[in-house]
Design a protein around this ligand. Sequence first.
Ligand code: ZN
Length: 135
Amino acid sequence: MRLIISKDMITAELLKNRAGFEEKIRKLIGRPILLIELDMFALPCGCAGITANMRGLEVDDLEVFEPQMLPLLKEMAGNLEVKPTVTFARLVPGSSIVASLNWRVLCSRCYPEFARGEGKTPRPDLYLLQFEKRK
Ligand SMILES: [Zn+2]
């Protein structure tokens, strides 16, 4: 069975999830972290997903709280019906600041860029939180 979601429901879901995720991250990390904008996106290449623009989140927080953050990241994707190939943090280059959290369903052109990389940081501006390798 497929749920039919009206436009009003989508915006209401975004608002609810923005507030809910921010509250859970604050409680987990114990600092006033802000989710300043929650977006759903589609790119010309075929990638699509969710971006959460963050303020106050640091790479150290990801390293320490990653096991507790993963269920929250999964919950957000599920609530917005996105099945991400990759979930990653985008970092401000040359700093420890997390600019955004990203859930992305990769197109076939962008997939190799992520699959090629090794470890948690395939690029200096990326910190991988989840990656689903294709068989
Ligand atoms: Zn793409």
